[in-house]
Design a binder for this molecule. Structure first.
Ligand SMILES: Cc1cc2nc3c(=O)[nH]c(=O)nc-3n(C[C@H](O)[C@H](O)[C@H](O)COP(=O)(O)O)c2cc1C
Length: 170
């Protein structure tokens, strides 16, 4: 079994980055992938700010450290990933994502900050030694149909990312 952890960096449950993560995970073969979500909106902010200890936070960190693949999913806030996601990865020791494949999934209000995946999220996880997937996903409003389902372009982006992760990791 391959282990995948998806870290949800939106302060709000049901965010579009979370929806993309769920669609992505649904496309992985269940018999070969052990998947779990770390929803940071449910974790103690005091612990995330290094002011206290918290079992849920420690368990999520442990799970990520034991993963083959990590999804870092976040809305764009102020032209980059959220502060919530940053507080989570601030907990990790130097080089602790070494050898792991990280897939960035970022949503935004428009296409304007699409490149922030390349100059924000990507270098942040690389400081921990991660290998970053080529087919990252950046999505905004026009990628979604009115009924709340992903449009064709977004489905294709997700398919390409799923193929890359399966081909690279088994
Ligand atoms: C505090 C804040 C800052 C934001 N900054 C940006 C930004 O700089 N660029 C952008 O494209 N969208 C920005 N947005 C819009 C969010 O990225 C967008 O609403 C989100 O990706 C949609 O996902 P949701 O389903 O979680 O709302 C911002 C939203 C908030 C609340």
């Amino acid at each position: 079994m391959k282990i995948l952890s998806a870290v949800l960096g939106s302060p709000f449950q049901g965010s579009s980055s979370e929806k993309i993560v769920n669609i992505f995970i649904d496309r992985l073969p269940k018999e070969r992938w052990d998947t779990a979500l770390a929803d940071l909106s449910k974790i103690s902010p005091e612990a995330l700010l290094l002011r206290s200890k918290d079992k849920a936070l420690n368990d999520s960190i442990e799970r990520v450290l034991n993963s083959d693949v990590v999804i870092a999913a976040t809305p764009t806030y102020r032209a980059t990933y959220t502060g919530l996601l940053k507080t989570f990865f601030d907990q990790f020791p130097e080089n602790s994502l070494s050898g792991k494949l990280v897939l960035p999934i970022q949503t935004g209000g428009s296409a304007e900050h699409a490149l922030s995946v390349e100059h924000g999220l990507t270098p942040m996880v690389r400081t921990l030694g991660a290998v970053v997937a080529n087919k990252s996903i950046y999505s905004w409003g026009e990628h979604w149909n009115e009924d709340g389902n992903p449009g064709q372009n977004l489905k294709e982006m997700i398919d390409q990312s799923v193929n890359e992760i399966i081909n690279t990791s088994g």
